[in-house]
Design a protein around this ligand. Structure first.
Ligand SMILES: NC(=O)C1=CN([C@@H]2O[C@H](COP(=O)(O)OP(=O)(O)OC[C@H]3O[C@@H](n4cnc5c(N)ncnc54)[C@H](O)[C@@H]3O)[C@@H](O)[C@H]2O)C=CC1
Ligand SMILES: O=C([O-])CC(=O)C(=O)O
Length: 252
């Protein structure tokens, strides 16, 4: 059974703790120590208030479910300590210079950085864009205004532009756009809407290339403790952890 270190003890951290069946959470860390304490009690793990001490524990992989800022702050140290790293806040990888450094840290340590599909589907075969470049890659995301702390009586576009710009403005809401671009080998265009009539987090992906075209619509149930985060994002990490040691790899 693999030993997991959990970085971030919020909404996703709790879902992981409740479903830790094929892995063991042994160490937890959060910038808010009370959250680490509380999650540790739930998962029978040890809480750490000091990050270096957290890193010294006997873990095979660190799962980040915290923030873009946390990936930037701790990512290189985690890989340098010889741990694999799961990055849910993939928006951190929009910065070319940081991403290059992080990949180099992984390469030098012989470790892997794993970006789960998170709140979308289709990342597997969108990777064909790395072989045959896509002419179109657009993500249209619609969330409830409340989940972004906005109040509006009607559907409203709040961002239109490139993924690396959108993640700067909405680091808690559009990590999927950066993951999409990393899979497809080109940056995604993004349209972000808030709509008081939606009860789900809707991600529509439009892609076009030599292969033909794709339209995917994901209508995600918001997760219980953070409506901006789709429940699927936590399920995606659980699935990644379940298959980590599986010799049979399905999907590109
Ligand atoms: N790639 C994807 O598809 C998705 C990514 N996400 C991202 O995953 C992350 C976790 O989501 P939730 O659990 O819903 O968020 P949350 O806000 O409920 O929990 C995050 C936890 O991490 C802690 N944290 C934040 N910055 C930290 C730091 N620098 N060091 C240590 N702890 C820190 C917070 O105190 C909090 O307890 C967020 O960044 C979110 O934007 C969420 C959904 C989908
Ligand atoms: O959970 C979602 O629907 C997407 C999200 O918050 C993100 O990509 O940061």
């Amino acid at each position: 059974m693999i030993n997991v270190g959990l970085l971030g003890c919020g909404n996703v951290g709790h879902i992981l703790a409740r479903h830790a069946e094929n892995f063991r959470i042994v160490a937890v860390f959060d910038i808010i120590p009370d959250r680490a304490q509380e999650l540790a009690a739930l998962s029978h793990a040890e809480p750490y208030a000091d990050f270096d001490e957290f890193l010294r524990q006997d873990t095979d992989i660190i799962v980040e479910a915290a923030s873009v800022a946390a990936v930037r702050r701790y990512g290189e140290a985690i890989l340098g300590a010889g741990k694999d790293l799961v990055v849910l806040s993939g928006g951190a990888l929009a910065d070319d210079e940081f991403r290059t450094r992080l990949i180099e840290a992984a390469r030098s340590a012989g470790r892997k950085i794993r970006v789960p599909s998170g709140a979308v589907t289709g990342l597997d075969n969108l990777k064909i864009g790395q072989i045959s470049p896509l002419q179109t890659l657009l993500l249209r995301t619609t969330k409830s205004p409340g989940s972004l702390g906005i109040s509006t009586p009607a559907r409203m576009e709040i961002f239109k532009g490139m993924a690396h710009e959108c993640i700067k403005q909405y680091p808690k809401n559009i990590n999927v756009a950066v993951a999409l671009g990393l899979a497809a080998g080109r940056e995604a265009d993004v349209e972000l809407y808030v709509d008081p009539d939606v009860e789900r987090n809707v991600h529509e992906i439009f892609a076009e290339g030599e292969f033909g075209d794709i339209y995917i619509r994901v209508r995600n149930v918001p997760s219980p403790e953070n409506p901006a985060t789709s429940y699927m994002a936590a399920l995606s990490i659980l699935t990644l952890l379940k298959n980590l040691d599986n010799p049979l790899v399905v999907g590109t």
